[in-house]
Structure formats: C-alpha cells, structure tokens
Design a protein around this ligand. Sequence first.
Ligand code: C2E
Ligand code: MG
Ligand code: MG
Length: 646
Amino acid sequence: MLSFTTSYKIEYELSALIFLAIIISRYFGARRFPNQKNHIFAFILWTTALDMILDIVSSFVIDNALAIPEFVTYAINTAFYALQILLPVLMTMYALVLSRYISKASIPRLIPIFIPSAVALLALLANPLTKWFFYVDSALGYMHGSGFISLYITLLIYIIATFVIAYANRKRMQKAEFGTICKFLLIVFISVAAQFMYPKILVSGVAIAVAVILMYFTIQNPDSMVDSATGAFTYEAMQTFLSDRAQARDMIQLVAIKINNIPRINELLGISNGTLLLRQLCGLLRESAANSWVFRMRGGCFVAITNSADDYHKLRDCLEKRAPEAWVIGGVDVLLQATICCAAINELLPEPPSPEETINYLETVFIQNERAESRIKTVTIGRELLDKIRRKTAVESALRKALESGEGLELHFQPIYSVKEKRFESAEALLRFRHPSLGSIPPSEFVPIAESSGFVTAMDEFVIRRACEFIRSCGDLRNLGLKTLQINISALEFMQRRLPEMIDEITAQYRVNPASLCFEITETAATESYELLRECMQDIRKTGCRFALDDFGTGYANISQVIQLPFSMVKLDRSLLGGPDIVVEDLAHMFRHMDCLTVIEGVETKEQVDLTTQIDIEYIQGFYYARPMPAKDFTAFLKASGEQAG
Ligand code: C2E
Ligand code: MG
Ligand code: MG
C-alpha cells in the first residue's frame, strides 16, 4: 500500500527549506558579478536546495519501497546520495577559490582532490548491480548495503581537506571568510554525526541549509558589495573583481570617470543633490553597456569594467558625448569638470596587472589631471603613459626604501651671495637621490612622488636631520661664515601639527641654534593651506627659526593673504628674470617696504648679476656663483672664497 506519511521526521527539513528558498530568491534577485566565488556559491545554493528536496522525497520512497517501482527507489536515492557526495566537493572548491588557488593553470594540480568523490560516484552508479550502498529487499523493502558507510567516510575526507586548505591559506583570505568556513564545517560535521546516530530524524539537510544561510549573511551577501547611494558596486568589490580577472588571465578594458568639481557641486546644491548626480552618472554607465560592471572607486569616481571590445567603445562614446552636456539636478543645470580615463590595460601588458597596479594607473591619471585646463579631459592609457606610471611606482618604492636606510640620499648645498656684504651669507640645502638601477633622480621628479605617496613628512624630517647633522659637523654655521641654512619643506607638512615638535626635537638633539635655520615654503603651498600654515608658522617662529617664501612668481598667490604670513625672506623665481626688469624691480621695492629680504634665484650670467645689483636685491643664488654641491666640496668652496675675499 502506498502511504503519504513517513516514519522520518521531516518537519525540520521542510522549515529549513523555506528559509533557504528566501535566501535563494534574495541572492538571485540582487545584482552579482560573475566571479568564481559567486559561481560556486550559486551552485552550492541550488545543490543544497535540491539535496534537501531529494532527502524529503527519498524518505517517502524508502518507506514505500515495496509499493513503488524499484527503479524509482534506485533513481531517487542515487540522485540524493550523489548530491551528498557533490556538496562537500563544492565546499572544498569554495575554500580553494577563497584561497585564490583556482586558475586555468592550477587545474591539473587540483585533480587529486576530486579522486575520492569520483570513486564514490562511480561506485554509486554501479550500485544497482553491486547493491553496495543500498538495495530493495523483496520482503524488508529499502536496506543499506555494506558500503553505505563509505558515504560518511567521503564526507569526512572532504571536511578535513577543506579545513586543511582553509587553514593553510587563511592569510590569503579575509578573516570573516576563514571563520565562516570553519563554522560551516563544524555545523556539517556535528549534524552528520547526529544523522549517523539518529537516522530517522532528517537533520543533515537542515544543518547544511543553516551553514549556507550563515555564509550568505557573512561573506556572500550581494548587498554588502553594492554602494547604496549610487547603486554601483563598491571599491572592495572592484578589488575582488580585478583580482579574479587577473587570476583567470581575463582580458579587461575599463572606462573610468572622475568628477573633479563634485565638492563644489555638493557645496552649492547640497549633498543629496550631489548624490543624485552621481546616481544618474552611474545609471548612464550601467545602461550604456550590457556586458559591463560599474564600480564606485570613491567620491565622484566610477569605473566601468568590461571584457568586450564592443562595450568598451560604447561606454567610452557614451561618456564622451554625455559628460560635457548639462546635467539637470534639483532644477539647476550643472556642468561637470571631469577626467575620463580609458584603458585596454591587458592589451598593453604581457601579464595581467594586479588590482593594485590597475588602481594605481587610474589614480595617477586622475591626480595628474585634477587641474586640467579643459573641462572634460579624456586620457587613454597607452604604452608611454604606462611606462611613466611604472617608473613612478619604481621611484616611489625606491625612495621609500632609501628613506628607511638612508642609502642613496645626500644633501647638496648651494651658497647664497649677499650683495651688500659681498660674500656668501647663507646656503640652500637640496636633496639628491641616486639609485643603483634607476640612476640619478631629480627632485622635480621625486618630491611630487613623495608628496602624493604620503611620505613627504619622512623625507622632510630626513632633510632637517641631515642639515642639522651638517651644521653640527662644522661646530657652528658661523665657522663657515654663514648666518643661515635654508631648508625646503613641503606644504603637506603643515597639515599635521607635529612639525614644531619635530624641529624642537632635532635641533635639541644636534644642539643646533634654531635661529640658524630658515624654512622655505613654495608660493603655491602658502596659498593652499593658508590657515594651518599661519598657525604652524607662528609656533615655529617662537623657537627662533625663520621662513622664506620660495619660487615667488610661479604660482598665483593671493598676495594680500601671503604677506600676512610671518615670512622674513622672499625668493623671486628665476622665471622672473626672463620678463621685463621693471617687474623684478617693483617686487623688490614692495618687499623692502614690508621688511622682507629678497633673494633672486637662478642667476646664471654676469648681466643678470649686474641687473640685480642695480635694483637693490639683497641676495643672489645661482649657477653664476656655484652649483649645489656635496658637503665636503661646499665647505672647501666657502673656505676658498673666504680666503679670496680676505
Ligand atoms: P627650489 O627650492 O627653488 O631650489 C632651487 C632649484 O633651482 C634647485 O634645483 C637648484 O639646483 C636650481 N638652481 C639654482 N641655481 C640655478 C641656476 O642658476 N639655474 C638653474 N637653471 N637652476 C638653478 P633642484 O635641486 O633640482 O630642486 C628643485 C626643487 O625641488 C627645489 O626648488 C625644491 O622645490 C625641491 N627640493 C629640492 N630639495 C628638496 C628637499 O630637500 N625637500 C623638499 N621638500 N623639496 C626639495
Ligand atoms: Mg628652495
Ligand atoms: Mg625656488
């Protein structure tokens, strides 16, 4: 007689199945990108659901084995046990993917992992003949065979293998990933042990469903990958995506846009309108190419990645056409100032770049074009730019190392001539960097790199230290006939308030009189961080150090603002020498009225010297007198020039 009840307790399994169905609908309802991790998780979800359904169906089939055709019992149970073998294999593969192990190249090495499951599956397929796993007895109905235990053994093998893989590679995984795998394995292990002891209560499916739901909430929730403000995928998602593509050696092409005037738009129209604009922009990117993924890298910066050449051109054309037009936000027409960066990166490189490298390319293009003259600037990353960026990265890492070890870095000194005293009264310390393979790198190259990479503070500290060390080695600057040593410091230094403290500490350590130091700050820097600079300069002035305004005439300084800063010296940039004499003359007059000493930089010829002496400038610095030179040559030079004057 066919019965619609079962002796198994299936209620737990049924309710777990409902939860699993909710998770499945949420997971597949959200936008996911097709990386290996998501593919395997999707497979795990479906396999778990099917496994649970088959578990319930098989409990009816087992109870009715004598009433239904034998082949149905065999088919349903074989399918169910096959999934029981497949699930742990999927879990092991998931751990391998999280460990960044699976790539086309690594597949042959991974074959041994599949052997136990393949053997178990073959044995299962042969079961109707061997009756090794189960069979239908004409009197007793469904019976387990002598080999049934091997299902549990296979499962145990994969639980152990997954744990070993996860543990060995835990450093390559995120913390939450390793933790979730461990919890998953523990839940499955306990439930299978319980199932073994109490076969009539269906709990193994429940446990797997619980473990999968746990995975969903901790490491597979697609919502955590989406930026809720704009609907784009997050920066973290982009890193994972790029790393998966690099691993799979996939061809990627990207089109990115950075809105440079987003802070201004937020200021004028409010953050919510600014966000609305970003959402529109993201929508445009998402709609213009079906086969692409759009990420928000940060603030007003989006990156669309595709592996189709067709979509790459679509994205590029669409942005180039739409970005320059007005965007209507909150009833107002807004014009964007933006940089568009396009790159078929993998076409340019023999090896797929790491995510960090790709992000570095984008960042560099965006930083370089932040103040581009055209409102919308499109940059296509080509071979030349790529080489430049690679050089920048190489210099950055070389400089970082050099600052730690001190190797390759040396201070040079360029004397500054006093017109009135007719002798050298001060000097400027200029850093030189020589690298064994990169050669000699000029400050015009390494200073901006140090500034954009966040270690300019370390560089400035290094220079101040070496400068004080030099002064100490002479006993006192006066022994060289000098009053001050000029030291360049970066504007960024003033963003952090440690500078006064650092100067105190270093001058005390080398027993250097702070009055013998004069810090040079460039004109652009003085305008950019005005308030911070003023407070910090006032603090430092109290110690006796002085300040010079460097490269005057190169930036667009707000003179009325800059003159309120406590500068005791202004250095007129050498570019002023190329202009009408009256400009230099008037500037010199103006600064004299303000009690500021003036220096003219970059004097190379006798004519220029004559001109500057006529217009009453106090100091001259330039190749005409001397080039910057190492400490030893510099002291010898001063000695010789002192003797000559004497
Ligand atoms: P700066 O502070 O204006 O330094 C003067 C620059 O002009 C030096 O270039 C110097 O070699 C060069 N110079 C001097 N006289 C002449 C001349 O007659 N003709 C020409 N054509 N050039 C002359 P350098 O050493 O290449 O430094 C370039 C810039 O890099 C410096 O401009 C300064 O802004 C920065 N820099 C150099 N050393 C340091 C440092 O230790 N720390 C920081 N933060 N910046 C530095
Ligand atoms: Mg200078
Ligand atoms: Mg200068």
